[in-house]
Design a protein around this ligand. Structure first.
Ligand SMILES: [Zn+2]
Length: 763
């Protein structure tokens, strides 16, 4: 066997020539050779390694391509590529080419990632290899492989493709390259199309840090409600202040230098994009100058004028660098007065108010549809930041069949010249049919003209085997009922958003999912997948089974309702789900958090709670500490045992961590639909030692309301999750203990707020 430059032996993934000779003599004539250029670059070596490894798993016996045997794969910038004008420098970036020349097969592509994409396409499209997630792949059983002569090519439709995940393994870049995403990866994976320092979003505070500069230069920060405010959560910059432009430009030039130096050190291309976008809050500047500019150009126009000014100066020194800014929340609408983004500015439009369960082509998403069109007319580079996940704590992963209209969405993006997609789809172990949706997302990012329904059918067949047809029926059923009931699932939905699946629908879905399980009984791998497909519905059943404790002097006892089939649900969620999550980093903790959440539903027997004397003759809903959820920063609030508490446990807040925990203590009932408090109140003084009852407010509860406590809104009860509270007007009482010097003069040590119980007292 002759090869050009570096060669691999089939069935092995080893580089040395010594091994190659050895294996050839032992194994006899191998059916193929993998070879690359003389001085292969790191990404070309990875491409050869990956090809060898998977061919080793896939091919046993004959490999015949276009009637030829003794196949030689030529990966990367080989002599064959040179002879045919297919070098990486001659092809458009990320374009990949797979072509046979007699018994030689060329696998190469443009830029540092093209050859990798050619190899991964060959493995996926011709060898049947599937990468479903970072931790799950399918490779057909080893056997003969016979293919027609090869001549295929492609180029991803969107230049920037990022599916954001949080819990990623140490080899995340490999998985992302296999699935043709391009926002991460070192030299081994051909680098990335990515952002330079300081960060990829919300960077105003990185450029001019409020903690550092507010004292001496308050005029650099936003004047909001009559006060200068700055920082990631509290404020913005004053964008019409010329000094701010100068300072930001200075910092950005330094960041670009830093980014270039880091890239050179790592042997990758320099970062292409530098972010310059507002902090994550709505406190934009209302100084006279900014106000006047906003009237003329709109808030997005004020932002773009600022970013354009910085971009103009950057272009002189770094003509290839792009600046990225937001069209997000207060800047989401296009500017007025003829403002456009400069040619080196990317506008990244973020979709926060669409109905995730329906298509962008349906009337409820018309506003976002139009916004994409409008922005495409005022910027050369349009990126989007979109969501495939529902964020409400504890409600992530409930079923919503968004997959059927992914095709509409990606085509709308392509038709409106969107060139980059940042897609938030974190929590792969928890979200609704993550593997299916991920498969569609990454396929459609490469080619939005692929038929989405056919991709879904392919996935169902390949991933679930004989269970697939039943799971597809379940998803189509969900899509039908959501249309009939005009369901609306926002990015922060309440449990009531899933009321489109009523009890009768749950029973129908369970019948289909039972059939799916039965279809793959005896096949452990497929059965695990079929059972995992039930997770969203199971969690919905579980959350609906959370007991509501109603104290009624006339009618002693606690009513606990349970949905039929609850025991099977519990068995799946407590045994299968932890197994599924095990490969993910930090899984122990993830399992604990989720199990704690679901445990509220497991507790079919709540030990009798003491009845507070002052409420003896009242009817009230009782939420002991166990039912409170923390929305504080990590470590700020924890559920602890407290012998001083009549209920034994309390949500303990570390008050020293924020000035928002100083008195007055506050609380309220907030409605997410109307974005207003249904009622709220403050308690200015500590009543005394130990737990005391504080009257917070009177409020009417709705299906979209939740109860919050502390001025930082950190302790919450998701009251919307309990259907029977809706429409009732009740008094909110909280049992709270305040300890430490912040609250008790003369006390020492740390300051804490302890909340052990909340009562909603009926009239
Ligand atoms: Zn201003």
């Amino acid at each position: 066997m002759k090869s050009n430059g570096m060669s691999f032996s089939p069935m092995r993934c080893v580089f040395t020539a010594a091994f190659f000779t050895f294996s050839a003599s032992v194994l006899g004539a191998a059916p193929y050779t993998v070879s690359g250029p003389e001085n292969a670059k790191p990404h070309e070596r990875t491409a050869m390694e990956e090809l060898s490894a998977y061919l080793g798993k896939r091919v046993a016996g004959t490999l015949r391509i276009g009637g030829q045997e003794g196949i030689v794969f030529r990966v990367g910038d080989t002599e064959l590529a040179k002879r045919n004008g297919l070098l990486s420098s001659q092809l458009p970036e990320e374009k990949w080419v797979i072509r046979s020349f007699g018994n030689e097969v060329l696998l190469n592509g443009g830029g540092p990632r093209g050859a990798l994409f050619a190899v991964y396409h060959f493995l996926e499209d011709y060898c049947g290899v599937r990468w479903w997630s970072e931790f799950e792949e399918d490779v057909p059983a080893p056997g003969a492989l016979e293919l027609n002569a090869l001549d295929a090519q492609g180029k991803p439709a969107f230049a920037f493709r990022d599916i954001y995940r949080e819990q990623v393994g140490s080899d995340a870049a490999r998985f992302e390259r296999r699935t043709r995403l391009n926002a991460r990866g070192g030299a081994k994976f051909g680098g990335a199309f990515t952002f330079g320092p300081p960060n990829f979003c919300h960077t105003f505070d990185d450029y001019l840090n409020a903690d550092k500069y507010m004292k001496d230069h308050p005029e650099w920060f936003s004047l909001h409600k009559g006060k200068r405010v700055g920082g990631q959560r509290q404020g913005q910059l004053c964008l019409t202040n010329p000094e701010v432009r100068e300072k930001v430009l200075e910092r950005m030039l330094a960041y670009i230098q830093q980014g270039n130096a880091e890239a050179e050190k790592n042997g990758v291309e320099p970062p292409r994009i530098y972010d310059l976008s507002h902090n994550d809050n709505q406190s934009y500047c209302e100084c006279d100058r900014c106000k006047e500019a906003a009237e003329k150009y709109g808030l997005s126009g004020v932002n773009l004028n600022f970013v354009n000014a910085v971009a103009g100066a950057i272009a002189k020194k770094y003509p290839n660098v792009l600046l990225c800014t937001w069209a997000y929340q207060y800047t989401q609408d296009v500017p007025k007065g003829g403002v456009r983004a400069a040619d080196n500015v990317i506008v990244r439009l973020c979709d926060t108010d669409s109905n995730q369960i329906s298509s962008i082509a349906e009337p409820d998403n018309r506003a976002y549809y139009d916004r994409v069109v409008a922005w495409s007319k005022v910027t050369k580079h349009l990126f989007v930041w979109d969501y495939a996940i529902t964020f409400s704590k504890g409600l992530t992963g409930l079923p919503f069949p968004s997959e059927f209209h992914y095709g509409d969405l990606f085509r709308h993006y392509r038709d409106n010249h969107v060139s980059g997609i940042f897609w938030e789809h974190e929590h792969p172990y928890l979200t609704d049919l993550w593997e299916l949706k991920f498969f569609l997302e990454r396929k459609l990012m490469e080619d939005p003209d692929l038929d989405c329904n056919r991709l879904i059918e392919q996935f169902m067949r390949e991933y679930y085997g004989p269970a697939g047809q039943h799971i597809l029926a379940y998803r189509k059923y969900l899509d039908r009922i959501r249309r009939e009931k005009k369901a609306f699932v926002s990015w922060f939905p309440q449990l009531s958003a899933f009321d489109y699946i009523d009890d009768e629908n749950v029973a129908a879905c369970n019948r289909m999912l039972d059939a799916a399980e039965a279809a793959v009984a005896g096949n452990d791998r497929l059965l695990a997948r079929a059972r995992h497909a039930r997770q969203g519905l199971d969690r919905l059943i579980c959350l609906r089974s959370c007991p509501v404790i109603l104290h009624d002097p006339a009618q002693k006892g606690i009513v606990v309702k349970k949905v039929p089939g609850f025991d099977a649900v519990k068995a799946r969620l407590t045994t299968d789900w932890p197994k599924w999550i095990r490969p993910y980093p930090n899984s122990e903790n993830l399992i604990k958090v989720e199990m704690d959440r679901l445990a509220k539903a497991w507790c079919s027997v709540v030990s009798p709670l003491p009845v507070p004397e002052r409420f003896q003759n009242n009817r009230y809903y009782d939420f002991p500490a166990f039912f409170l959820s923390s929305h504080g920063k990590p470590g700020q609030e924890i559920l602890v045992d407290d012998p001083e508490s009549p209920v034994g446990r309390a949500m303990r807040t570390s008050a020293d961590m924020s000035h928002y925990f100083k008195l007055p203590f506050a609380g309220g009932v907030y409605d997410e639909k109307t974005k207003r408090n249904q009622g709220s109140g403050e308690c200015a003084e500590v009543q005394g030692d130990g737990y005391r009852w504080y009257h917070i407010c009177k409020a009417k509860f709705t299906p979209t309301s939740y109860l919050w406590l502390t001025r930082a809104w950190t302790t919450q009860v998701r009251t919307g999750n309990y259907r029977e509270l809706s429409g009732k007007e009740m008094d909110v009482w909280a049992s709270v203990k305040f300890t430490g010097p912040m609250f008790r003069p003369g006390a020492t040590g740390k300051s804490y707020i302890w909340i052990d119980r909340v009562l909603l007292v009926l009239p």
